[in-house]
Design a protein around this ligand. Structure first.
Ligand code: DX5
Ligand code: ZN
Length: 222
């Protein structure tokens, strides 16, 4: 399967949100990645449902919502109403993960489970069959523009092994510090979706940079 690019809105210019969404629509980006932060689970606050709602009528791509908040299960209805295609909740704030994932799917969304850099993939051994995507954080969540954590490559490979061993088709998305070089290594390790923010928005020609990320090819035997 050809890999997907999920563009993170966090690095966009919020003063010109309409222009940024039009750029995304006209690019080869597959999804728009929306980072919602609460200042409790992560040490930063980004944006919430009013921004998701504002973007919804203009956006022509599926919305991939990454909730970096405590008690994400309380907001399933709002995330669905905002038009999300996929809702990601963090493992670290989900004591009843199976119930949360079931509720997300009942609302017609795909369910993603996110792991912080320190959270091992083996904790998903008894859950992976019920989730559509695992989102691996390759930086500590809360800020764009951080340095890629090298261990994420090996972690991606181990998660891929688990998915293949069980005969599943769960997607692996990786988020944080994505550029051409880290993308190549993550795709080789088995990543399916790459989230990218500052690398694209800080480049001279974001549409061209997205195209180059999409055109990356690697040799993989899975
Ligand atoms: C970080 C967010 C990321 C962030 C990635 O907490 O989850 O989605 O926007 O930004 P870059 O690509 O700049 O590392
Ligand atoms: Zn994110």
């Amino acid at each position: 399967m050809k890999h997907k690019i999920a563009l993170s809105l966090l690095a966009a210019d919020f003063l010109y949100l309409q222009k940024e969404i039009e750029m995304i629509n006209n690019s080869e980006a597959d999804w728009l990645h929306m980072d919602v932060m609460d200042g409790v689970f992560v040490p930063n606050i980004s944006f919430g449902f009013p921004i998701l709602e504002a973007v919804k009528p203009l956006l022509k791509k599926p919305m991939d919502v990454h909730l970096m908040i405590v008690e994400p299960q309380k907001f399933i209805r709002q995330v669905a109403a905002a038009g999300a295609y996929l809702m990601n909740v963090h493992y670290e704030v989900s004591p009843h993960l199976h119930r949360t994932v079931s509720a997300i799917k009942e609302k017609g969304m795909k369910a993603g489970v996110t792991l912080n850099p320190h959270t091992p993939v083996h904790l998903l051994e008894d859950m992976i069959q019920d989730i559509d995507m695992v989102l691996l954080m390759s930086v500590n969540p809360g800020f764009g523009g951080q340095t890629f954590i090298e261990h994420s490559v090996e972690k991606t490979a181990r998660l891929k092994d688990m998915i293949l061993r069980k005969g599943l088709h769960t997607l692996i998305e990786v988020d944080g510090g994505i550029n051409m070089e880290t993308s190549r290594r993550l795709l080789t390790a088995g990543a399916d979706v790459l989230v990218t923010g500052s690398f694209v928005f800080n480049s001279p020609n974001p549409v061209q940079t997205i195209k180059e990320l999409k055109e990356l090819t690697v040799n993989v035997d899975h």
